[in-house]
Design a protein around this ligand. Structure first.
Ligand code: HEC
Length: 109
């Protein structure tokens, strides 16, 4: 067994002894709910700038009729000069934004 493999096995063994080892590995994972609260909530939680409010079932039903792809594109590019590009989350990836939209839709039905 070479040293590298041995080190990997040791780390694995130590890791399995720590209850929250897997949690530590996931610490960097993107959390849609937290980013939503920190960025999108300012408008989508309050209806500021006439933003469709999360929890408004009919409003989001109508928007979803355009198709998920359109909602994602309008989030990336912004919409009508009132929805800012990327919803002001400049460091969100397209996948992150999609996850937030899914979170918003999930909480509006
Ligand atoms: C400065 C206020 C503001 C912020 C911040 C904001 N939005 Fe919006 N958003 C709006 C407004 C206003 C609309 C409605 C635009 C319209 O229909 O003319 C909108 C519309 C949308 C829509 C519907 C698009 C469509 O095609 O109907 C989605 C999805 C959305 N926002 C996602 C997000 C996400 C995700 C974030 C956070 C990353 C975010 N928004 C942050 C104001 C905001």
């Amino acid at each position: 067994m070479n040293t590298r493999r041995y080190t990997q096995l040791m780390l694995l063994a130590i890791c399995s002894l720590l209850a929250n080892c897997s949690l530590a590995a996931e610490a960097d994972a993107f959390d849609a709910a937290i980013t939503y609260q920190g960025t999108c909530f300012a408008c989508h939680g309050t209806g500021a700038a006439h933003a469709p409010e999360v929890g408004d079932v009919i409003e989001w039903e109508i928007r979803l009729e355009k198709g998920m792809d359109v909602l994602i594109q309008n989030t990336i590019n912004g919409l009508n000069g009132v929805m800012p590009p990327r919803g002001l989350c400049t460091n969100c990836t397209d996948d992150n934004l999609t996850a937030i939209i899914e979170y918003m839709l999930e909480n509006s039905k």
